[in-house]
Design a protein around this ligand. Sequence first.
Ligand SMILES: Nc1nc2c(c(=O)[nH]1)N[C@H]1C(S)=C(S)[C@@H](COP(=O)(O)OP(=O)(O)OC[C@H]3O[C@@H](n4cnc5c(=O)[nH]c(N)nc54)[C@H](O)[C@@H]3O)O[C@H]1N2
Ligand SMILES: Nc1nc2c(c(=O)[nH]1)N[C@H]1C(S)=C(S)[C@@H](COP(=O)(O)OP(=O)(O)OC[C@H]3O[C@@H](n4cnc5c(=O)[nH]c(N)nc54)[C@H](O)[C@@H]3O)O[C@H]1N2
Ligand SMILES: [Mo]
Length: 642
Amino acid sequence: MQNLKTTCNRDCPDACSMIATVEDGRVTRLRGDPDHPITQGFLCHRTGQYLHTQYSPDRLLTPLIRKDGVLTPATWDDAIARIATTMTRLRDESGPEAIFHYRSGGSLGFVKAVTDLLFERFGPVTGKSGDICSGAGDAAQMADFGEEDSHDVFDLLNSRHILLWGKNPIVSNPHLVPILRDAKARGATIVSVDPVWHASSKLADRSYQPRPGGDCALAMATARLLWERGHVDPAAADYCDNLEEFYALCHSRSVAEWCADADLPVEAAADLAACLGPGKPCAILVGWGMGRRTNGGTIVRALDALAAISGNLGIAGGGVSFYFKRRRAFQPLPTLAGSPRTISEITFGADLLAADPAVRMLWVTAGNPVAMLPDSETVAKAIAALEFVVVVDCFLTDTAALATVVLPTTTILEEDDIVGSYGNHWIGSVRPVVPRPEGVRSDLEITQLLAKALGIPGFEESARTWKKRMLAPELSKHGIDLDAIEAAPVRNPLAPAILFADRTFPTATGKVNLMTQAAAPAPDVPGFPLWLLSLSTEKSQSAQWARPPEGPTVATVHPDSCPVPDGAAARLQSQLGSLVVRVKHDPRQRRDVVLVPKGGHLRAGRAANALIHARVTDIGEGAALYDERVRLVPIEDTAAQR
Ligand SMILES: Nc1nc2c(c(=O)[nH]1)N[C@H]1C(S)=C(S)[C@@H](COP(=O)(O)OP(=O)(O)OC[C@H]3O[C@@H](n4cnc5c(=O)[nH]c(N)nc54)[C@H](O)[C@@H]3O)O[C@H]1N2
Ligand SMILES: Nc1nc2c(c(=O)[nH]1)N[C@H]1C(S)=C(S)[C@@H](COP(=O)(O)OP(=O)(O)OC[C@H]3O[C@@H](n4cnc5c(=O)[nH]c(N)nc54)[C@H](O)[C@@H]3O)O[C@H]1N2
Ligand SMILES: [Mo]
């Protein structure tokens, strides 16, 4: 029996250090590393149950090639030869932009980027633009600060107040929770601002549930109160541009009017102003999901402005933390000219159908666009219409089921890679704790096989060599190299504990670029009174469920907004599509929201994205996933309508 350490490579902010117990070549137990300061000896529900996924009978163990319409087991030689021949032919006939390479977040390992490099060298081919996950929030922080990064998570222990703004860490960032509890034990107050009553609401001392997208108005009311009550940092003009314009914006409406827009009492804004002003230091933790709205970028900019004018930037216990960049710890691979053209990840289906010149082949790796991108039916239709589709995955997902060739790949426990977290400053080594099954290849091996078949040199080296190449040389000044990271996870020494401590910002003027325009929530849609919030669930990682879910997806809704009794089936309809759901009543929810899990499978009739239009956010080419309006109707009514 052996206990081997590795790091979870999932698209999750925690990047946990894990201990796998291996007996006779099989992992028999998976647990959190007690020695890692963030992991603290426990795993989330998803990964705690990962052995069901690892040893699932549904795991793909051989390549599949479509023959007479049916995906049929094939050899690696045949699969790679078929792909290489097709790629070369399509490039000859239509140029490399006829091929679209799409990679998503199935693994956040850095070595995954070697596949991108191969497609660059072969083409460059068509690539993706936009960011389905956090485009708007990223763009907001870059616009305001010229940089996006966060205070060290342990700096929360210096906070007197912590605002969880659109953030549900118990579900989506569980290893933040012990730190939040420690902060509370030291006297910090936690306030949640989220339209949804969720698991983390219980962690908060107070919760405010604004109208979805009403946060910008709430922030304007809060800013105005900061001024009225004398809590704006007297030095704010020294480090903020547009202070007068921002003052004018906040004062363009009364506090009561702004709060009415946010559908909250004035006391909510007064409480937030008290936390940010006299309650300093106050940390704002901005959820990644909150920006997935048509006014999402503006909302994040409003939170940046609140932190700036209240003097919470650059101080211990303050900050407006969103994303943890792997600050200078990694260096990108040398790329060639970049993609000659891009297709938006947000409007993937429609753009693929409309592409001119046409896309003829798609390569999907580490992603499941049919389930996870908005307007699933159009995404599926566009993929099905292509001449040739390759999907690299461990399972026959909604997307893989449409492929011409499916290549089976390694799981978390078979990977050889390196990751840097986006929710803390730690870097960890991902090591194979068990060998991959005979019929499976890692993404790197697949890239190497394909490079060889295409006759492209430069991809022969081992994962270790690529890892070394990707670590920035600057780390070595701090005594950190790959050996050190493999010996034990390390905190990135290049990331400061407190951001902008000197109150200079890498913007054009060196100051914070305060917003000058507000943005209202998306307009109402007559006949569709509910906002559809398709959110992370502890039971899955996007469309990767810890256990296969059974029955219709569960829709959680306030009893007053629901035409059927608790537990009954109903139809959830948008202007785009409909799903049969099982209703769960929850009187703690707002009357204008309905909650469903985010990663339902399309073929099981559970995909929230079958209801969601592909809409782009105000800035940053993100997806306004949470701006879909829906209604719940009894099943009999829909039968009668037909
Ligand atoms: N268990 C689990 N964990 C995950 C994932 C998963 O699928 N399952 N996914 C991972 C991924 S890909 C990511 S990007 C991260 C982030 O995962 P997300 O779930 O996107 O992130 P959070 O930011 O924690 O949660 C989003 C919160 O924003 C709130 N929200 C929505 N609209 C508004 C609004 O208008 N105003 C306010 N104030 N709040 C709003 C929602 O109610 C929700 O509570 O989590 C990762 N962790
Ligand atoms: N309605 C709605 N839609 C959403 C969201 C939402 O909140 N609501 N959230 C959005 C967000 S935040 C994100 S990040 C996206 C996520 O979208 P995706 O990244 O497409 O989501 P996953 O379902 O996790 O798909 C990852 C796939 O990679 C596979 N995989 C795992 N490991 C490997 C590997 O090593 N190599 C390869 N080749 N494959 C591997 C998994 O089996 C899985 O099928 O979804 C977005 N979509
Ligand atoms: Mo994400």
